[in-house]
Design a protein around this ligand. Sequence first.
Ligand code: HEC
Length: 152
Amino acid sequence: MGARFIVLIIAICALFSAQFVAARAEPAQQELKLVTPPLSMYRKQVRPPAESLPVPAGFTRDQILHGDRVFHGEAANGQCSVCHGIDGKGTTNGNDLTAGMFIWSDGSVKELKRSVLHNMAIAPGRDGDLELADVDAVAAYIWAISRQEPAR
Ligand code: HEC
């Protein structure tokens, strides 16, 4: 009886110290923090005025208005503004589309459409449910916001 009790005590002690050693051996978990917060947080994001944006040749105002809705998640489950910003001026997850300068195209509607069709299915669930007509409209919309009068 006494011996069994001592064995039990030793076993419990061993368990305790093993846990302690394991905890010490684990590398210190450090929380990663952004050193510089994204600037898009501090900017007042103003939605471009879709009614007065320029309309590219061969397109209609209605397409610009529809593209605006797609861009802002009000049609075709578009997710563009999540990454490119409500004002289209970019966030940490998507570049500025209003600067009149594009990395992947010459900025024509035709090429913007190609960028959207082939490259904006980047993250699963983030490319929306765009039909071809929605892609046309949102490409025309991007063309339009890249040719706005600069804010003064
Ligand atoms: C998950 C985030 C995300 C979503 C959602 C998203 N984009 Fe993008 N988009 C990006 C990133 C990041 C880039 C830049 C890729 C690069 O340069 O390698 C980009 C690039 C682009 C470009 C090319 C820009 C250039 O400089 O050539 C266009 C046009 C564009 N996006 C339009 C759209 C449209 C329209 C939608 C909605 C249908 C959309 N994006 C949704 C992240 C996103």
